[in-house]
Design a protein around this ligand. Sequence first.
Ligand code: CP
Length: 306
Amino acid sequence: LTHLLTLEGLLKEQIVHILDTAQQFVSVTDPAREVKKVPLLRGKSVFNLFFENSTRTRTTFEIAAKRLSADVINLDISTSSTAKGESLIDTIDNLIAMQADIFVVRHSVSRAPIEIANHVPPYVHVINAGDGSHQHPTQGLLDMYTMRHFKQDFTKLKVAIVGDIVHSRVAKSNIHALTALGCTDIRVIGPESLLPNDLDMLGVKVFHSMEEGLRGVDVVMTLRIQKERMEAGKVPEGAAFFAQFGLTPERLALAKPDAIVMHPGPMNRGVEIDSKVADGAQSVILKQVTFGIAVRMAVMSIVAGN
Ligand code: CP
C-alpha cells in the first residue's frame, strides 16, 4: 500500500493487516497511555493539509505522527498562499521541495487526494483524510477497529447506518470495509432525499423507518446532516429530522440490548442523536476517537513501508 485513498477495492487481508498493526500500537502494559511511542517514522516529515475544517482527524493524525517520532507540519490553509491563487499541485510541489514524505489531505473536492497521489514521486505517500462526499478511509478503518474491538466477528453483525448517507464519505468507506470483512447485513436508514441511488449496487438494505431498520441490530451508526454539501433551501429542518430519524433511547431499545452506538463526529445533538444516547452506556463514540490514533499510526507506518 503506497497511498491510502479509498477503502473501495481493499481486500479483507489488507484491512485486517491494518487493524492488527493498529492493535500492536495500543499498549497493553500502560493503561494510562493507550498508544505507545515508537521510532518507525523518525526522520520523516508528515504534512497535514486540511483544506476543510477538522477536529478529530487532523489532531489524531498529528498525535499519531508524533507517536511514530515523525516531524509534523500543519499547514494553515487559511493563511497559506492558496488564498493568493496558488494551485493545489503547485502547493504540493513546493512542499515536496521541503522534503515532505507523507501528505495527509482533507479537501472539499472529491478525489483531490487521488489527483495529488497521481502527481507525487514514488517516495511520497498520500493519505486521504476525507474528500468531499467520496471517501474517509481512515475513519472507516477506525470504525472497523471499534466494531472488531466490541463485537469481534463481522460475519455475524447487523449494522445500521442512519441519516445523511448521500453526502457521507464515512458511510461509503464503512460500507466498503464492512462488505470486504464479510458483513452481510448492512442497513441504511434515512429519508429518500438523503440516500444515494446506487445503494442496490453496494448490496445494502434500505429502510425509511427507524422502527423497522433498527430492529435486532448490533451496531447503530448515526451521521450528521452535511449542510455544507447541500443546496440552500434543501437542508432538512433539525426538529423534523429528529422526530423521524433521531436516535432516542426508545428507538435504541429496538436494537440488541448490547448494541453499540457510534458516530464519527461532529455530533449535532437533538438532530441525529439524543444526548441521553450520545452520553449513554452503549455509546462508544469517544472510544472511536481514541482508536483513531492507533489506526492512523498503522496507516502511516504501512504506507511508509514499515
Ligand atoms: N470524523 C471526522 O472526520 O471528524 P472531524 O471532521 O472533526 O475530523
